[in-house]
Ligand binder design. Structure first.
Ligand code: LLP
Length: 415
């Protein structure tokens, strides 16, 4: 827990608001964010890197709500996007296209056109085929596309295999050994302008050493390119800094920044970073209500109204999210499997949690601000949750709960 999510007597608070009151008012499931926690995380980043020219590009995929993008835009952030849809969100939220980097292995021609028309800062190119397409698309628009290659440094991020992206066998980036030849090729293409280099080795990293190993390999390439007369304006070292969900001890933002800045010592290129989780993860919770308690022979189940469609991380990665009551009860705890209503055995939110519960109680799934709402789905025709932003004692509904009619509004019944 943090200074932003804390108990006052028996009640779990976000900033100055009791979460139980929010749950009563807006219903559950609902995502609730602390504006102060979001702001604080961003400002810690800005402070940690202030010694050199830098741009913090928030990874939109981690939480793309317009209010969150708008908050970061107002604080000066740029954005790391991976689709045309995310670009539209950034623009709708008042973000500056000139601070957008576009990552992703499968950019379509249409997405390239959209990003070129908007005037983004840089395309992080992930293959030779993409390079050629981008050159064609830019040519057809009479534009020059700013590019960097996302280089795969073949470094083990030591994180969950599904969120590790920097190893040789990964689909991401261009192979380290091919990078030089690709830069030479890009330098000859008329509708491209080389501006930088990029790498991102994975997510939820809890040590600095893989970041440094990757940075060092990238910097070697920067030097080789310089010898060939290819001078870069920026070095993008991706995102990936982990947070504490349970008992992890990731480096602090300041420690991480210090390590990166150390590796970059003496260089003048602008530094770009693409943090997602570390800016939003611990700033949000998912509120849910206990529908039923179902005692069993071997296990007791707490069946709650949030499910894998609302928070997919436990089902997908066996990820741990702490589960806290919104009002603590003075009664003995017992061990519960906390599960949702979705018809899948994989639909669990927490295994073997010690909780003192009664039917109707509210719970919070902690640290759900990153990759929670953004990975939610409508599986089982479940409308997606409401999202609420708290700022001190101010409460704002920043996304309405979906209605079932919206879910099939685009469908046709031909029979
Ligand atoms: N840049 C690129 C190119 C990325 O692919 C990602 C995340 C980031 C930046 C931001 O990484 P972060 O700072 O958030 O670690 N759904 C998974 C995480 C997937 C991460 C995908 N890429 C999860 O729930 O843990």
């Amino acid at each position: 827990m943090s200074q932003y999510f804390h108990y006052q007597q028996d009640k779990l608070f976000v900033e100055n608001m009791a979460l139980a009151d929010i749950a009563e008012r807006f219903g559950t499931p609902a995502y609730v964010y602390s504006q102060a926690a979001l702001t604080d995380a961003y400002l810690q980043y800005a402070e940690a890197f202030k010694g050199r020219e830098h741009l913090i590009c928030f990874a939109v995929k981690s939480n793309p709500n317009l209010s969150i993008l708008n908050l970061f835009a107002r604080l000066g952030a740029g954005f790391d996007i991976v689709s045309g849809g995310e670009l539209q969100r950034v623009l709708a939220a008042g973000g500056d296209a000139g601070k957008v980097v576009f990552s992703g292995v499968g950019k379509s021609g249409e997405e390239m056109r959209q990003a070129l028309a908007a005037g983004i800062l840089c395309f992080n190119v992930e293959s030779e085929a993409e390079l050629l397409r981008l050159n064609d698309v830019a040519g057809s628009m009479g534009k020059v596309a700013p590019i960097s290659f996302r280089v795969n440094p073949n470094v083990d991020a030591k994180t969950h295999p599904y969120i590790s992206t920097g190893l040789k066998q990964s689909k991401f980036g261009v192979a380290y050994t091919d990078a030089l030849a690709l830069y030479r090729k890009a330098a000859r293409l008329p509708h491209l302008r080389i501006t930088g280099i990029d790498c991102h080795i994975g997510s939820q990293l809890t040590e600095t050493s893989p970041f440094i190993a990757a940075a060092e390999k990238v910097l070697l390439l920067v030097d080789t390119l310089a010898q060939e007369g290819i001078r870069l304006e920026h070095i993008d070292l991706g995102g990936g800094l982990g947070i504490c969900y349970n008992d992890e001890t990731p480096p602090s933002i300041a420690e991480y920044a210090k390590a990166l800045l150390g590796a970059l010592n003496g260089r003048t290129e602008k530094l770009i970073v693409e943090p997602g989780r570390v800016l939003v993860g611990n700033a949000g919770v998912l509120l849910t209500r206990v529908e039923y308690l179902k005692p069993g022979e071997e296990k007791h189940f707490a069946i709650v109204d949030a499910a894998m469609n609302d928070l997919m991380r436990p089902a997908l990665y066996e990820a741990y999210h702490a589960i806290q009551p919104l009002t603590r009860r003075a009664m003995p705890a017992r061990e519960y499997e906390v599960v949702g209503p979705v018809c899948e055995s994989g639909d669990f939110l927490g295994h073997a949690r010690e909780l003192a519960l009664e039917q109707g109680d509210f719970l919070a799934l902690m640290s759900a601000g990153a990759y929670g709402m953004s990975m939610s789905s409508n599986y089982n025709t479940r409308p997606r949750a409401a999202e609420i932003m708290i700022n001190g004692a101010e409460v704002k509904l920043i996304r309405e709960r979906e209605k079932v009619e919206q879910l099939f509004a685009g469908e046709k019944n031909y029979l």
